[in-house]
Write a protein that binds this ligand. Structure first.
Ligand code: ZN
Ligand code: ZN
Length: 81
């Protein structure tokens, strides 16, 4: 499979990942790896962030769009590739 972002600019690169959000195939240049907090909801509706974070692979467009959510902004700022 070839990278979707590359195909938009008439380039052709082998895809190494799929965007978690839009399912676009992505090459190394166009993928973003962010850490995805894993939460657990305890009784009394208390949401707790667990110590280990999951991996989430995103394209540039989805990363920007999803980072609009306040809670994730801070978390994703430090993991720009
Ligand atoms: Zn690409
Ligand atoms: Zn995407």
């Amino acid at each position: 499979m070839h990278c979707y972002e590359c195909s938009l600019v008439n380039e052709s690169r082998e895809a190494v990942a799929i965007c978690h959000h839009c399912s676009a195939a992505l090459c190394e240049k166009h993928l973003y790896e962010v850490s995805d907090p894993v939460t657990e909801v305890y009784p009394l509706m208390r949401t707790v962030v667990l110590p280990k974070k999951a991996r989430l692979l995103l394209c540039g467009r989805c990363k920007t769009a999803l980072a609009q959510r306040q809670s994730r902004c801070e978390d994703w700022a430090g993991v720009e590739r």
